[in-house]
Design a protein around this ligand. Structure first.
Ligand SMILES: Nc1ncnc2c1ncn2[C@@H]1O[C@H](COP(=O)(O)OP(=O)(O)OP(=O)(O)O)[C@@H](O)[C@H]1O
Ligand SMILES: [Mg+2]
Length: 220
């Protein structure tokens, strides 16, 4: 699925002033691209991913997913698109601390009819990425790299066409970072997912073919 941003601006209103994070930003991410949003902390990478994922709305401009303008969708239509088409791997994992790894992964499909098939997939994929033995543990009993892999599985359980990964290698050692990078590449190659990665780490960025360097908006 392709992603198009047309003339996006994002202004946060804080108690004392308005802060313009994105200004007249346009970019296109093609179907099946592996695309890195690169830039220093605070530049607006998470903001941009949240706009693409329909978690937040731009102050002006359009976000189009597969040609559909997100701003014209009703909230239930947007929620459906997010659930079925977009997998979000959050910067802080956002795993629920009182649920075991496996139950965190299942969360997005709890009420789905084909849950049985997906549970078989969980065991298979968890073994492929080396966390099968960790599925019955709570998040705090897992290493950062293991938690990140659980978060990835939760994000992809619905076979999303678009995977948004926010700092997927932050705080991981080289070996674990490589595992995550290989998983994301595998999802792109095997399932044709469009993968968008936000990172401030040059080494991580250099693993992917398309790098979009974010810059501070120029004030008028
Ligand atoms: N809800 C908000 N209200 C006000 N300011 C915000 C809000 N969310 C983010 N910001 C500010 O917007 C800027 C961009 O934040 P964002 O989280 O998108 O940056 P980032 O590039 O993802 O940074 P990092 O690499 O540290 O994750 C920061 O200066 C942040 O403080
Ligand atoms: Mg961020």
């Amino acid at each position: 699925m392709g992603i198009k941003l047309e003339n996006i601006s994002k202004i946060y209103q804080t108690p004392h002033k308005k802060v313009e994070i994105l200004k007249n930003l346009s970019l296109e991410i093609h179907d099946k691209d592996m695309f890195v949003i690169f830039g220093p902390s605070g530049i607006g990478k998470t903001t941009l991913l949240n706009l693409i994922g329909g978690i937040d709305k731009p102050t002006s401009g359009k976000v189009l997913i597969d040609g559909i303008d997100l701003s014209i969708l009703k909230s239930d239509e947007l929620a459906k698109l997010r659930k079925e088409k977009i997998g979000f791997i959050f910067q802080m994992f956002n795993l629920l601390s009182n649920l075991k790894a496996k139950d965190n992964i299942i969360l997005p499909i709890l009420l789905d009819k084909d849950m049985g098939k997906k549970i078989a997939w969980i065991n298979e994929f968890a073994s492929e990425i080396g966390i099968k033995e960790r599925l019955d543990h709570l998040p705090q009993e897992l290493s950062s790299g293991e938690q990140q892999r659980v978060a990835i599985m939760r994000a992809i359980i619905n076979s999303p066409s678009i995977i948004l990964a926010d700092e997927p290698t932050a705080d991981l050692d080289d070996a674990n970072a490589k595992k995550i990078i290989d998983i994301l590449k595998g999802l792109n190659q095997k399932y044709g997912s469009t993968v968008v990665i936000a990172t401030n780490d040059e080494k991580t960025a250099s693993n992917f073919p398309i790098i979009y360097q974010m810059k501070k908006p120029v004030s008028c």
